[in-house]
Design a protein around this ligand. Structure first.
Ligand code: SF4
Ligand code: SF4
Length: 140
């Protein structure tokens, strides 16, 4: 009985330095936590974020020819395009909207685009306060 009591006391006393050793071990290691939102994740190359048009850095132009392939292939009607014909007799998207609340990030629209005009960007902070904010224009 006395021996069991002494063992309990001993274990209790020894658990304190054992716990402190674990604390010390992690205190000296590089932290794995990130100071979000001051620090942001760099998403992997194959991460599928929001569908967006690619704009040329020099000309500021996109490659969309308003063929509507992306609209047709989208399984849940997340994309909508209004088309028009320019002075050069070429079709272009007058409006191009994405219903982000419906999009399931499948990437079919990006795959089907004949001019590689679309990409899935690296955006990951997608929460909004209203549904209206989830309707996005892909054009500036
Ligand atoms: S990623 Fe998929 S669901 Fe989203 S707009 Fe493209 S085709 Fe539609
Ligand atoms: S498939 Fe590509 S080129 Fe055709 S409308 Fe969509 S973004 Fe534009």
């Amino acid at each position: 009985m006395i021996l069991k009591f002494a063992a309990t006391i001993y274990n209790g006393v020894m658990s304190l330095p054992q716990g402190m050793m674990v604390t010390l071990k992690y205190f000296l290691k590089k932290p794995v936590t990130m100071q979000y939102p001051d620090q942001k994740w760099v998403m992997p190359a194959r991460y599928r974020g929001v569908v967006s048009l690619i704009f040329d850095k020099n000309t500021g132009k996109h490659r969309c020819i308003a063929c509507k392939n992306c609209v047709k292939i989208c399984p849940n009607y997340s994309l909508a395009i209004e088309t028009a014909v320019g002075e050069d007799k070429k079709w272009f998207p007058k409006t191009f909207t994405l219903e982000l609340g419906q999009c399931m990030f499948c990437g079919l629209c990006v795959e089907i685009c004949p001019t590689k005009a679309l990409e899935m960007n690296k955006e990951y902070e997608l929460a909004t306060y209203t549904r209206e904010e989830l309707t996005r224009s892909l054009l500036p």
